[in-house]
Design a protein around this ligand. Sequence first.
Ligand SMILES: NC(=O)c1ccc[n+]([C@@H]2O[C@H](COP(=O)([O-])OP(=O)(O)OC[C@H]3O[C@@H](n4cnc5c(N)ncnc54)[C@H](O)[C@@H]3O)[C@@H](O)[C@H]2O)c1
Length: 275
Amino acid sequence: MSDILGYQGKRVIVSGCFSGMGAATAKLLLELGAEVHGLDYKDSTLPLASFNSVDLRDAASIEAGVAAIGGKVDALFNCAGLPQSFPAMDVMKVNFIGLRHLTEQVLPLMGPGGAIANIASTGGLGWSRRVPLNMEFVTTPGFDAAVAWCEAHMDDVKEGYSFSKENVIVWTQYMGAHLIKKGIRINCTLPSPTQTPMMAAFEATSGKDVVEAAAQPMGRYSTPEEQAGGIVLLNSALASIVNGVVFPVDGGFMGGVATGQVDLSVMMRRSAPAQ
Ligand SMILES: NC(=O)c1ccc[n+]([C@@H]2O[C@H](COP(=O)([O-])OP(=O)(O)OC[C@H]3O[C@@H](n4cnc5c(N)ncnc54)[C@H](O)[C@@H]3O)[C@@H](O)[C@H]2O)c1
């Protein structure tokens, strides 16, 4: 196979490689010839170059996992996540605080040409209403300071999922403007509802009708493989100046919303966040 995406022999890290989008991303990268290093708190059975058990709720665990990989890293795929059925602070730690800490550990191992892709969510689309608050949070210096900030702002954190994803979006855009000066790119995806193990929690907490409304206009959930396609494309050589972007991988949902082609009434009737 020709290597137009540029992954052959590249050293990449995938968090959340146990299931769903992370597992699909790791599999696709293996097919593309990358040296794939997986991180998760549940063991992976994939034929990875290495697997390290890392709990993203724990800074020391993250640091040990990255140290065990070491060497030069070409790309990082932040795929791990927890839904809103988990305690809010666990959700905040896995979805944003741990994601940021992992990225900060990996950055010193990256050089020009390095790329980072984060999975955010349409659940975080409220970000544009409160950028100053998000900026205050995403610029907290380190894991413990971010935890302390959340504990002092639980009215904003709420159930954790939407706020964590808002901050993935804002932090990605903020970091894009900084990291590109070192030749490193960072982007994030906005997946549409996707048939992964997390889906059961979304349907239970938000309501199946709300989740299905977010699957318009395609009319079906996406697959983990389709989501892997989007995130692998973002970190690929083909996307060499795509940076700081919030990239919908959603079969047209965002475009449909912007142009009034998607009926949001079901989603608006519920106060719980969509995924
Ligand atoms: N499924 C959807 O419809 C949907 C929609 C939008 C965004 N997302 C996001 O996509 C990403 C992938 O989720 P998914 O749908 O593939 O679900 P998933 O549950 O299959 O995958 C999540 C992965 O994260 C890992 N993980 C959870 N807590 C961890 C921890 N403390 N430490 C290390 N790893 C941990 C899990 O073991 C699992 O491998 C998540 O960030 C999720 O928020 C999902």
